[in-house]
Each structure stands twice: as C-alpha cells, then as structure tokens.
Design a protein around this ligand. Structure first.
Ligand SMILES: [Zn+2]
Ligand SMILES: [Zn+2]
Ligand SMILES: [Zn+2]
Ligand SMILES: [Zn+2]
Length: 262
C-alpha cells in the first residue's frame, strides 16, 4: 500500500474541492445558512470514515441527516454507497454503552430474530453490545460530538467510525443528503507503479502484489489461475473494496470506481 494517499472531496453546494481535513469545516458554512430557508426541526452533520487504525485507505463521507431518519435508513444509505455485497448483517454501536466483557447468547439472538421478536432482540443487543436499534430515529441517537461505530458483515467486517460534527435546529433537505465524499483515491498498480490500479486479485495477502492496472492484470492472469477463475474484484471507491464479492455501490456511481489519470 502506498504511504501517503491524497483524500479530497467536492462540496455539493459550490463544487469546490477540499482536503479530507478541511471539507467539513467548509460544509458547515453552507449548512449554517440553511437555517433561513429550511423548516424548523433537527438535523446533523456526520463525518463517516473507514476505520484506519490498522491501515487502509482514507475514505470518507460527509452526510447531512434529518432527525426523523431512522438508523435503518442510514444503514440502507451506507449499504448503497459503500458496502452491500450479499446482504450481511450490520450494526451501529455506541462504544460508551458497550459493557466490557458482556456476552450475548448468539443462539438466543438468532432465535429472537427468526421468530420475529425484533423488539426483544434489540433490547438484548443494546444492553450487552451497545447496539443502537435500527428502528430508532436519528434525533434520539445523535447529539453534537457523539461518536459511534458501524459494522457491516460480522465475518469479513468493514468497520466505520461516525462522528456527529454539528447539530442544527432545522430540517435537512432529505432524509440523508450526500454533501461530499472522497474522489476516487490515487491508487496505482502495484506491479508497474505507473497506471491506476483497476483490478484486485484477492488470492494474495497485503504484502504481495495484488492490485493491477489493465495491462498488468492481463499478465497476472497468465500466472495466477485463481485470478482468472474467481479472485478478481474491481477497484472501487469504498472501504469494502476487495472484500467478499464487493463490486461497487449502486448510488453516486459516477464517483465510484478507480481514479482516472488527468
Ligand atoms: Zn462549498
Ligand atoms: Zn458478501
Ligand atoms: Zn500495471
Ligand atoms: Zn493472483
């Protein structure tokens, strides 16, 4: 993996480009002005990032979420733009509410779900794992400076971190508004180092060459039978890139995929 990779996004209001570290400060200036136009209510500015504590690329989303939006709707949005491969389970968690060492009975949980006892299931998960019920509304979960975690797929997990950067006393334009996201990251072919990587061979570990440009992918297919058969995945603009069978999002597709050299 390359060391320093640039992560920047465009502001949906004015189209200007900002670095990951500055985009939300900028977005706030637009949102503050929305107080004059929008109906009274409650809404939040969220920073959603891939968990990069153990490496990984600096992906981000800036979202404006209405207080009436359920966690389920936010979950659906995250799946559509970044995560959905084959309908895995997912969860929002409040790290402060998680009881250290508390265990939940996996079979009990499964059974509650299977028999449609969703409410009891949600109670159990909230008490033990700090899991935030999907039916809960954003206004009953979020407040300024609240930080939560999100997991998609409890096996090959994609872990996200969500920060509530601001709280507003007016409604958002929609349930979830995509204000910005990182433009496709400049990830280069690990073989030639010159062209954008467009394909991943998932048969290799992180310390081997596994991301290829079109030309090098052709060469790789000749020496790696897995790549030809089943291990090829596209480079996409998401922290789930290269995991399970993930091939890209279903919304905002023009900013998905690999970057294009100018
Ligand atoms: Zn702007
Ligand atoms: Zn999957
Ligand atoms: Zn190459
Ligand atoms: Zn391979």
């Amino acid at each position: 993996m390359q060391d320093k990779i640039k992560s920047e996004g465009k502001c949906c209001f004015c189209g200007k480009t900002f670095a990951k570290a500055g985009i939300n400060r900028h977005l706030k200036t637009h949102l503050e002005g929305k107080g004059l136009e929008n109906k009274e209510g409650i809404s939040f500015l969220l920073k959603v990032e891939s968990d990069t504590r153990y490496g990984g690329y600096p992906y981000f989303l800036s979202l404006w979420v209405d207080g009436g939006t359920t966690m389920k709707k936010l979950d659906a949005f995250l799946r559509e733009i970044w995560l959905e491969c084959c309908g895995h389970m997912s969860a929002f968690r409040n790290p402060a509410a998680r009881k250290n060492g508390a265990m939940w009975d996996f079979f009990e949980a499964e059974e509650l779900l299977a028999s449609g006892k969703t409410k009891r299931y949600e109670e159990l998960m909230e008490q033990t794992a700090g899991e935030i019920p999907m039916s809960r509304k954003a206004k009953d979960v979020f407040h300024q400076d609240f930080k939560l975690e999100y997991e998609y797929d409890f096996g090959s997990t994609t872990q996200l971190v969500i920060n509530v950067l601001a709280e507003y006393s007016f409604k958002a334009d929609k349930t979830v508004v995509l204000l910005s996201r990182n433009e496709p990251l400049e990830i280069f072919c690990e073989s030639c180092g010159k062209q954008p990587a467009t394909q991943i061979c998932t048969a290799h570990g992180w310390n081997e060459e596994s991301m290829f440009c079109e030309k090098c992918a052709e060469k790789h297919a000749k020496i790696c039978s897995d790549f030809e058969d089943c291990a090829a995945l596209p480079v996409v603009n998401s922290p789930r890139m290269g995991v399970c069978g993930y091939v890209g999002g279903t919304i905002d597709i023009e900013r998905d995929g690999s970057f294009v050299k100018k």
